[in-house]
Design a binder for this molecule. Structure first.
Ligand code: NOJ
Length: 553
């Protein structure tokens, strides 16, 4: 594809920031974050360099799965604000050049949703077919997503004497996507939020969503995603779909719509994320390099969403048992830091023993990979989890704005907070925005500079990836290449300084390498080789600058 304007497909070089309104900033002192609070922090986010906000579910909910159990797709949780408050946030974000995407959770509803309340009241309910019912659970049942918390994916509804399907919690009955009325509601939900100004959706649990109910043949299940994408395009041409698809690469390609596209625009790269942790545990980039080499070629309009942490457990389900054990031992030695037998309930800095060099190396790497980086709130200041909270909730604590009471999140008595901040070395007294804002050496200002560098380097988002061979084990060297230019990116996974010699590939005579973080040029020696040094856990971003290049960095 010819690149004429990199803002056309904005999601290919965006900086996405995920937050939960409930834990961001409380404006009215009730202990719960709200839209009015978030509106006050839009300038902070714009200043950080974020170009797209991802708002986690903010819809009416009994809140038994952090809002992923929705009781009204068209509503706003009254604890967080009103539709008017949502629109104010969207408008302010747009005004500051930021887009807004929202969670679309339509694989299931809450059991408190009026559709389900009606559906379970009688087999004759007009909403009965909105859900998946069977007289007996199928013989071959899929395993539950939450082992230890749920035993099966079928629950008997005593009153009507039938079982309903729930891939997630039993209070989250699965919607029946074979029912055209359900599909219409999904389209209307998308249309509704688009009309309020959102720029796209993060679609929850996509493979489960498109899977037809057992025994029902709908033809190609991907038709649902193609339908959604076409609908979106008709309504708002440049709205984007970011999908949660934790599957092997080959299957992920299908969710982009195959090489020709037409389904998801972005997908999280779960495979490389998990390989990254194995590489960190071994101080060896080889597993990550292998994962990156096996990334399929995806449609030119689509991209990967690169992330190192999110609001869920750090899932390690794509590693072998032995590899998972290695990562567990390195980063979650305590059984209480693990969940579902597959994941870790911690944030990055505590896993890396707070070593700022290592933490920065990881973020530098995340921003240097082809794709769009996704930050989870608090990562920019190095927040830790609250080890006193069990399970996935441990990483869902309030944003730490200052060293004041409740980390400046809320003026409510601490007992009324939506979640308690950590009280260890990662407590707000030690980790907060106010302190880091004016400290040149802070993680916050490092991340801000990193975002600036990423935004000034659209070749990363648009580039193809090449893993470069060299002689220094312990260093990942990769290049990104497109008609916008070529960059070489180096990351040292070890705690020892290293010198390496690298072939930069065929280049024009007079080509130089510009280090984006330092004033000096890297000389290109005979046979197009460069000699570079990296400190322990060091990282360097080098732009290949042909003669006549007018870019400053
Ligand atoms: C994926 C979400 O990320 C997770 O938090 C949630 O529990 C499940 N989907 C169910 O909606």
């Amino acid at each position: 594809m010819k690149i004429t304007d990199t803002s056309d497909l904005w999601w290919k070089s965006a900086v996405i920031y995920c937050l939960d309104v409930e834990t961001y900033l409380d404006s009215d002192g009730d202990g719960i974050g709200d839209f009015t609070g978030l509106a006050r922090r839009i300038d902070y986010l714009a200043d950080l360099g974020v170009t797209c906000l991802w708002l986690m579910p903010f819809y009416p909910t009994p809140d038994r799965d952090d809002g992923y159990d929705i009781s009204d797709f068209y509503g706003v949780d009254p604890r967080l604000g009103s539709h008017g408050d949502v629109v104010e946030v969207i408008r302010t974000a747009h005004d500051r050049g930021m887009r807004v995407i929202v969670d679309l959770v339509v694989n299931h509803t809450s059991d408190a949703h009026p559709w389900f309340v009606s559906a379970r009241r009688s087999r004759n309910s007009p909403y009965r077919d909105f859900y998946v019912w069977r007289d007996e659970p199928p013989r071959h049942q899929q395993p539950t997503v939450f082992p230890g918390e749920e035993a099966t994916v079928w629950e008997l509804d005593e009153r009507s004497g039938q079982y309903f399907q729930h891939v997630f919690y039993k209070h989250q009955p699965d919607l029946n996507i074979a029912n055209p009325r359900v599909r219409d509601e999904i389209a209307k939900t998308i249309g509704f939020w688009l009309a309020l100004g959102v720029n796209g959706f993060r679609i929850d649990a996509v493979p489960f969503l498109i899977e037809p109910p057992e025994g029902v043949d709908l033809g190609d299940p991907h038709e649902l995603l193609r339908d959604i994408k076409r609908f979106l395009q008709r309504r708002v041409g440049d709205a984007a779909l970011l999908g949660e698809v934790n599957l092997p690469f080959a299957e992920q390609l299908d969710f982009f719509g195959g090489p020709r596209g037409g389904e998801l625009d972005l997908q999280f790269d779960f495979v490389s994320m998990q390989a990254l942790y194995l590489s960190l545990a071994r101080s060896d980039p080889a597993p990550l390099a292998d994962a990156l080499r096996s990334r399929p070629v995806i449609p030119s309009e689509a991209t990967w969403a690169n992330f190192v942490r999110n609001h869920d457990e750090l899932t390690l389900d794509k590693l072998s048992d032995a590899e998972r054990e290695e990562v567990f031992e390195a980063f979650a030695p305590d059984e209480a830091q693990r969940v579902y037998g597959r994941g870790i309930t911690r944030r990055l800095p505590p896993m890396l023993a707070g070593d700022p060099r290592r933490v920065r190396m990881v973020y530098s790497l995340m921003f240097s990979l082809p794709g769009t980086p996704v930050l989870f709130y608090g990562e920019e200041i190095g927040m830790g989890e609250n080890p006193e909270i069990t399970g996935r909730q441990a990483v869902r604590t309030p944003m730490q704005w200052s060293d004041e009471r409740n980390g400046g999140f809320s003026t409510a008595p601490p007992s009324r907070l939506v979640a308690p901040p950590p009280s260890d070395g990662y407590a707000p007294a030690h980790v907060n925005v106010r302190q880091q804002r004016t400290d040149d050496d802070s993680l916050l200002l490092f991340i801000r500079r990193l975002i600036g560098r990423y935004r000034a380097s659209p070749e990363i988002g648009w580039g193809s990836l090449e893993i470069l061979d060299h002689d220094a084990a312990g260093v990942l060297a990769h290049a990104v290449d497109s008609e916008l230019g070529r960059m070489i990116l180096l990351h040292n996974f070890t705690d020892a300084p290293v010198a390496l010699r690298l072939d930069i590939g065929a280049q024009e005579e007079g080509t130089r390498l510009i280090d984006l973080d330092r004033p000096e040029r890297v000389p290109v020696g005979a046979e197009r080789r460069i000699d570079v040094e990296l400190p322990a856990y060091g990282h360097r971003w080098l732009r290949v600058s042909p003669p006549g290049d007018t870019r400053i960095g």
